[in-house]
Design a binder for this molecule. Sequence first.
Ligand code: FAD
Ligand code: NAD
Length: 327
Amino acid sequence: SKAPIAVIGTGIAGLSAARALHDAGQAVHLFDKSRGSGGRMASKRSDAGSLDLGAQYFTARDRRFGETVRQWQSEGWVDQWSPSMYQSHDGQLKPSADEQVRWVGTPTMSSITRGLLGDMPVNFSCRITEVFRGEQFWTLVDATGVSHGPFSQVVIAVPAPQAAALLSSAPKLAAVAASVAMEPTWAVALGFATPLNTMLEGCFVRDDALDWIARNRSKPGRNGELDTWVLHGTSSWSRQHLDLPKEAVIERLHGAFAELIDCVVPAPEFTLAHRWLYARPAQAHEWNALADAGLGLYACGDWCLSGRVEGAWLSGQEAARRLLENL
Ligand code: FAD
Ligand code: NAD
C-alpha cells in the first residue's frame, strides 16, 4: 500500500512538511488553490515589479529554523535585509535602529517556497473542498468536482478557518481549528516615479490605520523603475474597513502615509490594494501541529504556533515528524 501523502497548501507550512516527508523517502503530492506557491509569503507580480504584499521579512529565533535559513542563504534563496528602521510615536517619526537580523527571500519572497517545492508533484489552481477516507485510503475532491487519490495520509496546511472545513473526518481537530480567530490585513502598494526624499526604509507605525511601512527597493535583489512602498493596515482598522472598495482603501492609507512621513508625497504613479482575510491568528498557540495518527490526518500552519513564517515552518516540521513516527 504505497499510496502517496497529500499535502494541501503550498505556503511555508505545507512545504516545510512536504520537504521533510520527501527527504525521508516518502512520495508526496501537493495541492494549492493559487497559481503558485508561497501563500501569505508569496510575492505578487505587478506592473511595478514583484511586491511583497504579505510577509515583509522574517526572523529566526528557533535554533533549527536558524540553521535552515542559513542553508537557504547558501542556496541563494534568502538574504538579510537591514533597513533604516523607524517607529512612530503619537504620529511622530523616530529612527529606531536595532540589532535584529531580518531575512527576505531573494530576488522575491516566493524564491523560498519555489526552492522547497523543487520538482515535487503539485496541482496549482486546485481548491480542495472535501477530504474523506474510504476503507483504506484518502480521497480529495476539488471545487470543480474532480477527485484526487488514493492517498495514504493527508496533511492540511491552510489557514485555520479553511482547515476546519477540510478536517470534518476528525471532528475534534475540526473543532480546534474552528476555535482559532484570524485577523485581516489590508495591504496597499504605492509606486512613485521620483524617489521620496526620506531615509526611512521600514517603520513600525501601529497607529490608528497604519501598522507598518516598507520601502520595497531597500530589500536585496529588488529593482524596479518606481520607488515602491508597501503599507499595511492594522488588524482593527482592516476589520472595520473589510468591505471598503479598494480605491477607498488606497486613498485612506495613502493619506495616513503622507501625513506620517517626513517628506512631500506626490500622487503615486502606481497603486494596488490587496485584502488578506486570514492574515494572522488573533493569538499564539502551543499546539505545534494537530494529528489524528489513527486516521492519518494532520494539520499544520502558523495558527498552531506563532503567526509568523518561523511558526509556520516549525509547525510543518512537527506535522511531518508525527506522521513519520506513526508509519
Ligand atoms: P499560508 O501561507 O496561508 O499557506 C496556505 C496555502 O494554502 C495558501 O497557498 C493557500 O492558497 C492554500 N489553500 C488554502 N485553502 C486551500 C484549499 N481549500 N485548497 C487548496 N489550497 C488551499 N510573518 C513574519 O514572520 N514576518 C512578517 O513580517 C509577516 N508579515 C505579514 C504580513 C501580512 C499582511 C500577512 C498576511 C502575513 C504576515 N506574516 C508575517 C505571517 C506569515 O506570512 C504567515 O505566518 C505564514 O506565511 C503562514 O504560512 P502557512 O503555510 O501557515 O499559511
Ligand atoms: P521583529 O522582531 O522585527 O518584530 C516584532 C515586534 O517588535 C514588532 O511588531 C514591533 O512591535 C517590535 N519591534 C521590533 N523591532 C523594532 C524597532 N526597531 N523599533 C520599534 N519596534 C520594534 O519580527 P518578528 O517577531 O519576526 O515579527 C514579525 C512581524 O510581522 C511583526 O511586526 C508582526 O506584527 C508582523 N506580522 C504581521 C502580520 C499581518 O497580518 N499584518 C502577520 C504576521 C506578522
